[in-house]
Design a protein around this ligand. Structure first.
Ligand code: TYD
Ligand code: MG
Length: 466
């Protein structure tokens, strides 16, 4: 009998080799190869020598697409609207969902609330935690004060051994199980440490094998590493049905939930949450919140952004300040650093606004991330306004707050972006009209001229230090 076959997989790129290697031939990273055992049939095959062709397997029946049954898989409502919407209408029975996010963002809180709601709706649920004791979990759940939520009725299992967890899932047969987190469970058969790529992959695939047949929906919680990738990263993305990403910063109020992959719905959806003392609260009127909080001082502008298929108004702020550093600082929060570099270059070259050797800071208020070219114009207007020390204003008397969107092109032109009509509608809804966009203003220079006028200088710009 041959030894159980093992392979070595790169934790960075998932490339695999039969032997351990110091440097991964796939991506060139050092010390990333991890041992894992090749499961079931392959082990037998490698023990019995190589198989040829189909190896004697029997052919299966194929079906024409029009004959395929399209009865929709039943959905389990988590009772958190934003989560259900991002999932495409609720959790699909038997599906595997990966929820990623950095530590402290609220993954345990969110999944705990979802299980509480499901329990209240009469569903069988199970919360498996490899991170916290049952006591700690109870303390957290006691704080979740949603009236409809049966947070304390949720059965918990504080366990890190994969075998025990699998046996418990088989015995309990819950409708929904949360594994918090996939990186803390440990398969005894593998030598790798918990959280290593081999372990994470093993844990996820064995849980799936146990959960799929009984129609149990699995929510795998996964920590995101500093680089922003899910630890044990790519290896889980292809295995699971949905990848949800919980973003934001721990110190900030707002968090967004996005679908990066969804086999049962669109990946364009996003939900906004606020962390309160009683858990996470869905922010249904995020635009209203951000607009009313906007400062309207020099360096501030409202961006009509898109969060998935929903328009969202957010405040973009900039600060331009003299620097002794070479090169000067370019600090961004919520936008792409390279987009800032591009916008600064175009501002200097085509719009007569040079920031020279000054430090430039750009921040999207509330910890929201806007990863779209439509944010360019807002960054440009905020920086120009900050550099001149003049608040932006529109309308006859230059006193109306400015909302904008649009991509900035390299030749100084403004380029159209998707969903212009929905952005305009949202801005109008909150009294922000006219909106500066590529439709009315063809160039960045024209956009600046329309809202950055000396006579628009208001009392607001004088009381900056008040
Ligand atoms: P947690 O859900 O444990 O984050 P994760 O599982 O993603 O690591 O909690 C996130 C933070 O939120 C934690 O620092 C405590 C805080 N928090 C509240 O402010 N209010 C609450 O009701 C709860 C449960 C947590
Ligand atoms: Mg947690």
């Amino acid at each position: 009998m041959a030894r159980a076959a093992t392979i070595h997989t790169c934790a960075n790129c998932a490339h695999s080799e039969p032997r351990w290697m110091g440097q991964c031939p796939g991506c060139g990273e050092w010390n990333t190869m991890v041992e894992e055992h090749t499961p079931g049939p392959v082990t037998a095959a490698s023990g019995a020598g190589r198989l040829r062709g189909s190896g004697g397997a029997r052919a299966a029946a194929v079906t024409r697409l029009k004959d395929v049954d399209t009865t929709r898989a039943p959905r389990l409502q988590t009772g958190i609207n934003e989560v259900d919407r991002v999932l495409g209408g609720g959790l699909v029975a038997g599906s595997l969902v990966l929820l990623g996010g950095s530590p402290g963002i609220g993954k345990s809180t969110l999944t705990g609330m979802a299980l509480g709601n499901l329990a209240a709706a009469g569903r069988q649920v199970l919360y498996v935690s490899g991170e916290e004791s049952a006591q700690q979990i109870r303390l957290r759940h006691e704080r979740l004060l949603t009236p409809t939520c049966a947070a304390l009725d949720v059965p918990v299992l504080a366990e890190t051994d994969l075998g025990t967890v699998l046996a418990t899932i088989e015995a309990e047969r819950p409708d929904v199980v949360v594994i918090d987190s996939v990186q803390t469970l440990h398969a005894a058969e593998l030598t790798g440490a918990p959280g290593s790529v081999g372990q994470v992959r093993e844990v996820a695939s064995r849980i799936m094998q146990v959960a799929k047949p009984s129609g149990t929906a699995v929510l795998l919680v996964g920590h995101v590493t500093k680089e922003g990738a899910l630890a044990g990263p790519r290896v889980l993305e292809h295995l699971v049905d949905c990848v949800l990403q919980f973003e934001g910063e721990r110190e900030r109020m707002y968090r967004t939930l996005r679908a990066l992959k969804n086999r049962f719905g669109s990946t364009n959806e996003a939900g906004v949450f606020e962390m309160r003392s009683g858990g996470l609260v869905e922010v249904l009127d995020a635009s209203a919140r951000f607009v009313s909080e906007a400062t309207r001082k020099p360096g501030s502008v409202v961006l009509a952004a898109m969060e998935g298929s929903r328009p969202l108004l957010v405040e973009v702020q900039a600060l331009v300040s003299p620097s002794e550093l070479v090169p000067p600082r370019r600090v961004v929060n919520g936008i792409d650093r390279n987009r800032l570099a591009l916008v600064l270059a175009v501002l200097g070259r085509h719009a007569g606004v040079g920031v020279g050797t000054a430090d430039v800071f750009v921040n999207v208020v509330g910890g929201v991330r806007v990863d779209e070219p439509g944010a360019d114009l807002a960054v440009a207007l905020a920086v120009a306004s900050a550099q001149r020390g003049v608040a932006l204003g529109s309308g006859e008397d230059g006193k109306l707050p400015v909302a904008c969107f649009g991509e900035v092109g390299l030749t100084g032109e403004l380029r159209t972006v998707a969903h212009a009509d929905r952005r305009l509608e949202e801005a109008r809804k909150f009294g922000l009209a006219p909106v500066v966009s590529p439709a009315g203003t063809p160039t960045l220079r024209a956009a600046l001229q329309s809202v950055l006028r000396a006579d628009a200088r208001r009392a607001g710009s004088a009381d900056t230090h008040a």
